[in-house]
Design a protein around this ligand. Structure first.
Ligand SMILES: [Cu+2]
Length: 134
């Protein structure tokens, strides 16, 4: 009985440690575009964040990070470095808005907040929306 209680406590402590990267009340969200809208190129994207601070890549201060836009992908697992390619765009100067051109049709846009070394804060610091490009 005592042993089980200790294990439960250890697991709980581990969960707390694992979530230390982002505060529980932090989130990111698309200010624009809105989920489900029809847009035309160039698509103006505005990134929002609550509970953390945008800082240029290389800044390793706790509670800071920068935005990434992932086209037709999904969130990057916590602790994994966000790839750099045509569908994973880094805003390492601390930009909070951008214009992108997308092929006509339906696309998902995922924003992912990551630390100064581009390590993802995980799905809880991401948001995915769908847009229809004319
Ligand atoms: Cu990055």
């Amino acid at each position: 009985m005592d042993k089980n209680k200790w294990i439960t406590s250890a697991v709980f402590a581990g969960l707390l440690a694992a979530s230390a990267g982002a505060r529980a009340d932090s989130r990111v969200f698309f200010v624009a575009p809105k989920d489900g809208v029809t847009v035309s190129n160039p698509v103006h994207v505005v990134f929002g964040v609550d509970g953390m601070t945008v800082a240029p890549a290389g800044t390793m201060t706790e509670g800071t990070g920068h935005h990434h836009l992932i086209i037709d992908g999904g969130p990057v697992p916590k602790g994994t470095v966000v790839p750099t390619d045509e569908t994973h765009i880094h805003y390492g100067n601390g930009q909070t808005e951008t214009d992108v051109s997308l092929p006509p049709g339906d696309h998902t846009l995922t924003m992912q907040f990551s630390d100064g070394a581009h390590r993802s804060y995980g799905p809880e610091m991401s948001q995915t929306i769908t847009v229809h490009v004319k």
